[in-house]
Design a protein around this ligand. Sequence first.
Ligand SMILES: Nc1ncnc2c1ncn2[C@@H]1O[C@H](COP(=O)(O)OP(=O)(O)OP(=O)(O)O)[C@@H](O)[C@H]1O
Ligand SMILES: [Mg+2]
Length: 223
Amino acid sequence: MIELKQVSKRYPNGHLALDDVNFKLPAGDFAILTGPSGAGKSTLLKLIAGIEPLHQGQITVADFALHKMPEKQIPYLRRQIGIILQSPNLLSDKTVFDNVALPLVVAGYSYKEICSRVRAVLAKVSLAKKENCYPVELSSGEQQRVSIARAVVNKPAVLIADEPTGNLDGKLARETMQLFEQFNQLGMTLLIVSHDLNLINQFKHRRLLLEEGKLIDAPLQPA
Ligand SMILES: Nc1ncnc2c1ncn2[C@@H]1O[C@H](COP(=O)(O)OP(=O)(O)OP(=O)(O)O)[C@@H](O)[C@H]1O
Ligand SMILES: [Mg+2]
């Protein structure tokens, strides 16, 4: 479902952020990408999402071959995958409801279907009472949960998430991981970035470790 072959990424300033990264995440897998600050985790997710241009190597995600794909097809890729960025990029002039509804509006769902799906997902992230709030009225953890809701409301086949629990306390972080596990049990493929060892050691998932742009497929930690 996600495959990287010999992927390297050099930023325009010359910095080599990823160095010959190879990995394959089959459909239905759940992997956690970890590693120190500056290792290249966000860069890797941005390449997979088509946010950063790919110049070297091959990336295939949900049947899209990014290395062969014209830029104008990227919006189609984005409709197939759920993306949670490190800082929630919510639309400040739209309510929580409208932010979460956006992928469904783009996909042409009926208003009735949009209402039921948005309310169901907001309940799952414990934000049912905040649907009429604007992002500025929310805490950073609440904003993060809105971006999680927006990423999964369309039930994408693939979810990539960059530190989705970074602004959440221990209990909410664990509940969010459990929510991701529920989606995984329904068949979603997940690649989640986290450097919170305390949290990820509570979950038995494949571990990918990035260090200075190099990827190591790390064995599971004993429970
Ligand atoms: N747009 C950019 N231009 C130049 N260098 C960049 C750019 N974005 C990131 N980098 C550099 O690439 C390296 C990897 O950055 P990246 O954001 O992928 O790290 P990260 O593993 O996500 O770190 P963190 O855990 O702090 O979020 C860092 O050294 C960073 O300074
Ligand atoms: Mg990062």
